[in-house]
Design a binder for this molecule. Structure first.
Ligand code: NAD
Length: 313
């Protein structure tokens, strides 16, 4: 199977798990410098020697390269995680998000159709809900993305739906909710907060601390993806979240406790593009897949801090 973005945070954790289960994995990644590419090299270093693992360096924006790759390997399954992530940067560079997240996804869908891929799994995001006004977020509920990133993910979903309708490609769209854990991207809140608390640096908090996020531990997300890959589907959308949103103030307190140091906080106004709450209704994934997140926020933060210390970050 092909995992795009396989050297990243979620993709490398997923690859490890798939290899453990005896699956053959081709990882495609362009090691872009959105954050230090050396971290991505580290993520895949231990995998390179494992039987059944192949690393291919390349860009999903290169249509002909993607087509050739899929024709050469005849993948049964594609798990498409390569993307330009990050809400804030998407306000500054919307074009980049459309190029990678929309056109890149289109290239993969076309290649999947041409090469007879059996299952196409798309890594979407809770940001497609934006400030939809209805919580918890249900897959069939209203969508109102409020950032170019959210719009790019929603457009990717619509392309997947269309390839299912036009060409019968089996597609599953997975809406991940704020994923954290070892290897988490350094631009994400938990990673940034832990780093700053450890160094005694100021944390910038946007809003009054009451915003809530449905933080989901990476191993729970990976188990959800595995369950999808092993299920039969034609057209499916699943929320993969923890379904227990945590207030920003409580998150900070949990980090202070795990690190053993107080946070120095600077309060700033709300940021445009950030919704006030994310909250997954996971009944669809629970019912169909037996999806059941296991790692709560306290244990998850402790595990993240332990990893952070081991890595000497
Ligand atoms: P990540 O940045 O660690 O992983 C993405 C990988 O894609 C990186 O290794 C990057 O080098 C690669 N990539 C980027 N552009 C590429 C291109 N043009 N061609 C080939 N490879 C490219 O991010 P992540 O947090 O692991 O996210 C994985 C997926 O999950 C993304 O699609 C992201 O939008 C989605 N997602 C993540 C979260 C989260 O909380 N981490 C939440 C919702 C959705």
């Amino acid at each position: 199977m092909l995992i795009t973005g396989g050297a990243g945070f979620i993709g490398s954790t997923l690859s490890e798990r798939l290899l453990e289960r005896g699956r053959r994995v081709v990882c495609l990644d362009n090691f872009c410098d959105y954050y230090d590419p050396q971290r991505k090299r580290r993520n895949v270093a231990a995998l390179l020697a494992r039987p059944g693992y192949t690393l291919v360096e390349g860009d999903i924006r290169d249509r002909e390269f993607i087509r050739q790759l899929c024709i050469e390997h005849r993948f049964d399954t594609v798990i498409h995680l390569a993307a330009q992530p990050g809400v804030r940067l998407s306000l500054e560079q919307p074009q980049l998000y459309m190029d990678i997240n929309v056109n890149g996804t289109l290239n993969l869908l076309e290649a999947a159709r041409d090469s007879g891929v059996g299952k196409f799994v798309f890594g979407s995001s809770s940001s497609v809900y934006g400030d939809s006004g209805e919580i918890p977020f249900r897959e069939e509920g209203p969508l109102n993305p409020i950032s170019p990133y959210g719009v790019s993910k929603r457009t990717g979903e619509l392309l997947c739906r269309n390839w299912n309708y036009l060409y019968g490609l089996n597609v599953a769209m997975l809406r991940f909710f704020t994923v954290y854990g070892p290897r988490q991207r350094p631009d994400m809140a938990i990673h940034k907060f832990v780093r700053r608390v450890m160094r005694g640096e100021t944390i910038k908090l946007f809003g009054d601390g009451s915003s809530r996020r449905d933080y989901t531990f990476v191993t729970d997300i990976v188990e959800g993806i595995l369950a999808v890959v092993e299920s039969d589907f034609s057209l499916e959308t699943y929320n993969l979240g923890d379904s227990s949103p945590v207030e920003l103030g409580r998150l900070i307190a949990t980090i202070e406790k795990a690190v053993g140091l107080p946070a120095v906080i600077e309060r700033l106004p709300d940021q445009p593009g950030d919704p006030s709450v994310t909250y997954a209704d996971i009944s669809h994934a629970s019912g169909n897949l037996g999806y059941c997140p296991k790692v709560g926020i306290q244990e998850g933060i402790e595990r993240f801090v332990r990893w952070f210390r081991e890595e000497n970050l």
